[in-house]
Design a protein around this ligand. Structure first.
Ligand code: GAP
Length: 602
């Protein structure tokens, strides 16, 4: 389903992420590597907080889940058995003009008029015709041409001299190839009628159609409603120029058709796309010194497969009874055709996956259970329920082995998109690996004495997408008073305190008052073992608050003269605690500070 998009908001978010050190383009100083991102000092904290919280909720707070950390380099047999080598592909199309590659299913549907071209022929004179023109243009009065270096761009210059000198009634053409072709053909006819040497006939015959190059490729262009054929012609000319013609005369195939909702043309320039071809998304590499088929390995396209492959080992060591799960967080790699929307679709990304094994009859019920658990998780990291949506993936769009799949979607500024898939994958994966490896992956139920391959429900989330969703959810603008009390625009990140990169910033009111600085540093050291805090003494206090607001720090503590008990003795050893969103300040005892912050962070 399509939702309204907000490009401006997204641009501001991307710019803030770079400015404040959340996310940078990978290899930026070398022009960037498309589809790869580096997380800066704050981004890495945000990401870690997310992964740690997922691990806490999915592994540590449960008795029925254990963790693992599998290798990224994967044996090809694993991915053959899982179906990735054969089938992990996207339909890909190329623009026939620019070569740009698109995912066929992501091309926006377009309507308009299609102009088809059967072929194109060269309008620029061939070398023999150029030589003849040079001879015809020569007089004692004008400089001679070096006939070994005449180019087609000299042709009109030469022709102009001939037309003027012989006073031929023919007007010089504008730049388009059709007019140029007409001009040279007409010039040939006129010269042939009044020969003064062999060069008139030589030019006319050398410029005849059979002597000129033809590009036989057919091509078509879609132009939108209200756009003219000249746009289509321009695009078609560019297509034939790429195939070697200097001045292509494009030959149309009548009639022009109206098309509705087509996905066969490049949305950026209207040029025809190639038919869709499957494009395998896995990154292939070679392990060891030999670079041949025997050394091929893949970078894993999902973390799930190493869980299935280690199922038996983990079952033996963890001594768990069904239902139980194996969790993993780690990198996955996909050679996406169009990485886009900032980090949303990347080529290198992280997944947080749980494979929750169960008896076959528990599958559908556990699917419902995990869908609810996962929705709760997103709310607990600060995503609002109103921005979260559940898509019950219809039969025809589900993987053939899945009996039920939910997509948890989020309203990003660029539209509603998938955050996580919760899929009931039946016993497909373990059965495939059992078949391919010849090793039993069965479970023995002590009570019923049954032996069977467990079924699995898989909640599979993307770390990078969730980080992006948290940043998008948190981005906010309002008005706040500056140091002079004047209202001005404020940009701030409303992270849930649990997720915020820095939990608390600590400021001495003045940097040059030793007792204030010493007290602030004491508080920093008190809090530091329990949370990530930041000490800052530079600049006016309002500016310091603003800097923390912009990176989403939920609490700021200021040590002032009251803290030292200089004004009122009952305020000694109290500090100002400021909350980011409301900007409200309260007076708190230093001895209560840690407990209060831990409670509020959650
Ligand atoms: N094991 C199941 C699996 O991998 P998936 O729907 O292909 O399923 C799961 O991926 C999650 O991984 C997605 O919901 C998304 O959050 C994340 N993900 C997938 N491809 C991604 C990409 N190219 N860039 C960033 N995240 C991606």
């Amino acid at each position: 389903m399509s939702t309204p998009t907000d490009t401006q908001r997204m641009e501001k978010i991307v710019s803030l992420c770079k400015r404040r050190g959340f996310i940078f383009q990978s290899s930026e100083i070398y022009g960037g590597l498309n589809g790869a991102w580096d997380y800066g000092p704050l981004g890495v904290e945000l990401k870690r907080n997310l992964k740690n919280y997922w691990w806490r909720v999915m592994v540590h707070e449960r008795d029925d889940v254990v963790g693992m950390d599998g290798a990224i380099l994967t044996h090809p047999a694993v991915l053959k058995a899982s179906g990735h080598v054969e089938g992990f592909s996207d339909p890909m199309v190329d623009c026939r003009l620019t070569g740009k590659r698109f995912r066929a299913d992501q091309i926006p549907r377009q309507s308009g008029t299609i102009f088809k071209y059967e072929f194109a022929r060269e309008a620029a004179p061939v070398d023999r015709a150029l030589q003849a023109l040079a001879h015809l243009a020569e007089t004692d009065a004008e400089p001679k041409f070096n006939k070994t270096r005449i180019t087609s761009s000299d042709a009109l210059d030469l022709a102009k001299r001939i037309v003027e000198r012989r006073k031929l009634s023919i007007s010089l053409p504008k730049a388009d190839p059709e007019a140029i072709e007409l001009f040279f053909s007409h010039l040939g006819d006129l010269l042939r009628q009044h020969p003064r040497s062999q060069w008139e006939e030589e030019f006319a015959s050398a410029y005849s159609v059979p002597q000129r190059t033809i590009c036989k490729d057919a091509f078509s262009v879609l132009v939108g409603p209200g756009e003219s054929e000249s746009k289509a012609k321009k695009t078609a000319r560019a297509f034939y120029q790429k195939r070697g013609l200097k001045l292509p005369v494009v030959v149309p195939l009548p009639p022009a058709d109206e098309l509705k909702e087509t996905q066969k043309f490049n949305p950026e320039n209207g040029a025809e796309l190639t038919p869709p071809r499957p494009f395998n998304l896995m990154f292939k590499t070679n392990v060891g010194a030999m670079e041949d088929e025997s050394s091929v390995a893949y970078l894993r396209p999902e973390t799930a497969q190493s869980i299935f492959v280690q199922f038996k080992n983990i079952l033996e060591v963890a001594r768990k009874k069904l239902p139980f799960g194996i969790a993993q967080i780690g990198k996955a790699f996909r050679n996406e055709i169009n990485p886009r929307n900032f980090t949303f679709r990347s080529r290198e990304f992280e997944q947080m996956e749980l494979e929750y094994f169960c008896r076959p009859e528990q599958g559908m019920e556990l699917l419902e259970y995990w869908k609810e658990e996962r929705l709760k998780f997103y709310e607990n990291i600060g995503l609002s329920r109103a921005n979260l949506h559940l898509l019950n993936v219809p039969d025809e769009e589900r993987a053939f082995y899945s009996k039920g799949t939910y997509d948890i979607e989020y309203d990003f500024p660029f539209g509603r998109q998938e955050l996580e898939g919760v899929a009931y994958r039946t016993d497909y994966d373990l059965s495939q690996h059992q078949k391919a490896s010849g090793k039993s992956l069965e479970y023995f139920d002590e009570e019923t004495k049954e032996r069977f391959i467990p079924h699995v429900v898989e909640p599979s989330a993307g770390v990078d997408r969730t980080v992006l969703a948290m940043i998008c959810e948190a981005y906010a603008e309002d008005q706040a008073p500056n140091d002079k009390g004047e209202m001005e625009g404020r940009t701030f990140l409303r992270f849930h305190p649990r997720m915020a990169p820095i939990k608390c910033a600590i400021f001495p009111l003045l940097r040059n008052k030793e007792p204030l600085v010493a007290k602030a540093k004491q508080i920093r050291d008190l809090l530091r073992p329990h949370m990530f805090v930041f000490y800052d003494e530079s600049g006016a206090i309002g500016r310091r608050y603003r800097r923390q607001d912009e990176i989403g720090t939920p609490f700021c503590v200021t040590v002032d003269f009251e803290t030292l008990g200089e004004k009122q003795s009952d305020l000694r050893d109290t500090v100002t605690l400021r909350e980011r969103d409301s900007m409200k300040q309260e007076r708190v005892k230093i001895s209560d500070l840690l407990g209060l912050l831990l409670l509020r962070i959650g």
